[in-house]
Write a protein that binds this ligand. Structure first.
Ligand SMILES: O=C(O)CCC(=O)C(=O)O
Ligand SMILES: [Fe+2]
Length: 380
């Protein structure tokens, strides 16, 4: 579904005498200035029908995200049955939920702690320092998102390209001319760990479909495309009226998310929003649009969002993983039969990303608009 495209004037009215000049508003500074008040500027407000009714910590006792424990898989003596069972768990969660939590992932917990410490330290810098790492849309630091001019996300982000080439060091040097090796090396170490975890998950997914184990992963091993986005959601005086990140589906293949203890990730399940209880030792993984298409719809890319709260700032770090742009993602013949007609045409990651960005798509509209094979073009 395309987001409403009503353009706002470049400069919108201010509240509390804080100038809200569209693009230049820094959400971190705004949140500080609005502390103890009860109103946020109009550009952040959601239409009434989209207001948040499940709070950031409104975890359900009955419905919770499947947890897959990889501990056994990582042991050299892991049995064939155990591997099959874990593959089945990953596949079931990927088709029913499009999401699952991974425990026992093998990534040192001390590295996750470094990610958290470095991420929080970055966002706690003065706005004028962070702005030195601003490079425009979807790159470096963004103190306020300008992609969709209404319902502006209540967040700051720091986006880095990890692979096939990394821009981490040059971006970090914009802020620290002598570099900040602690931040850069944390990001790169973490990126390497997630690359290994991503390969394992792709192998399990392929096995679950009776494809060659390396059907997906061979397209990531030597070269892949990866970006990391640190999301920082400051406390928000009107948490039910705004979102840290609006409902969207990730366009890439696989997303691996680290989130701190605050909570705020919500997933759409059976037309309801489910709040995911955070576990700082686990990661949340989700299927993106590209893998939904590549698997002929066997795995699902599901809408999710980030809800904010009035008291605690929240950090999440998303790692977006896709094959290199030279790879054409084409549904394998084994996944097409009478019960499963071919749904999507072959495409590359660069092509899909360009399409959704040009059309400013959010939500789940991208695949149906650009990649779906229409009924008329089907031969049978
Ligand atoms: O902050 C979160 O929990 C969600 C982040 C997310 O969905 C994204 O960065 O794509
Ligand atoms: Fe996402």
């Amino acid at each position: 579904m395309a987001a409403a495209q009503t353009l706002q004037p470049a400069s919108v009215p201010s509240v509390h005498n804080i100038p809200i000049s569209g693009a230049s508003t820094n959400v971190g500074s705004l949140a500080k200035a609005l502390q103890g008040t009860e109103t946020i500027p109009e550009v952040f407000l959601l239409p009434e029908s989209e207001r948040v009714t499940v709070p950031h910590d409104g975890y359900s006792e009955q419905v919770s995200l499947p947890v897959v424990d990889l501990r056994e898989l990582l042991l050299p003596e892991c049995s064939e049955e155990s591997r099959k069972r874990i593959a089945r768990e990953v596949a079931e969660a990927s088709s029913e939920w499009g999401f699952f939590q991974v425990a026992g992932h093998g990534i040192p917990l001390e590295l996750l702690e470094r990610v958290r410490t470095q991420g929080r330290a970055f966002f706690s810098l003065p706005a004028e320092d962070k702005e030195k790492a601003s490079l425009g849309l979807f790159q470096g630091y963004e103190g306020r998102h300008g992609f969709i001019p209404t319902r502006v996300p209540w967040s700051e982000t720091f986006t880095l390209q990890i692979a096939p080439t990394s821009n981490v060091v040059p971006i970090v040097e914009k802020l620290w001319p002598d570099g900040n090796s602690e931040l850069s090396s944390t990001i790169m170490d973490y990126g390497n760990e997630l690359h290994s975890l991503g390969i394992k998950i792709l192998e399990l997914l392929a096995e679950s479909l009776d494809l060659d184990q390396d059907f997906f992963s061979k397209n990531f091993k030597s070269k892949h495309s990866a970006g990391m986005r640190m999301n920082f959601y400051p406390p928000c005086p009107q948490p039910s009226m705004a979102l840290g990140l609006g409902a969207h589906a990730d366009p890439n293949c696989l997303t691996m998310l680290y989130q701190d203890e605050v909570g705020g990730l919500q997933i759409q399940k059976d037309d309801k929003w489910i709040a995911v209880k955070p576990d700082v030792d686990s990661l949340v993984l989700n299927i993106g649009d590209s893998l939904q298409a590549w698997s002929n719809g066997r795995f699902r890319s599901v809408q999710h969002r980030a809800v904010v709260n009035g008291n605690n700032a929240r950090l999440s770090v998303a790692f977006f993983y896709s094959p290199d742009d030279s790879v054409s993602m084409e549904v394998p013949a084994q996944l097409v039969d009478e019960a499963h007609p071919l749904l999507y045409r072959p495409f590359t990651w660069a092509e899909y990303l360009q399409q959704i960005r040009t059309k400013r798509m959010r939500g789940k509209g991208g695949l149906d608009t650009f990649m779906k094979i229409s009924d008329e073009s089907k031969t049978d």
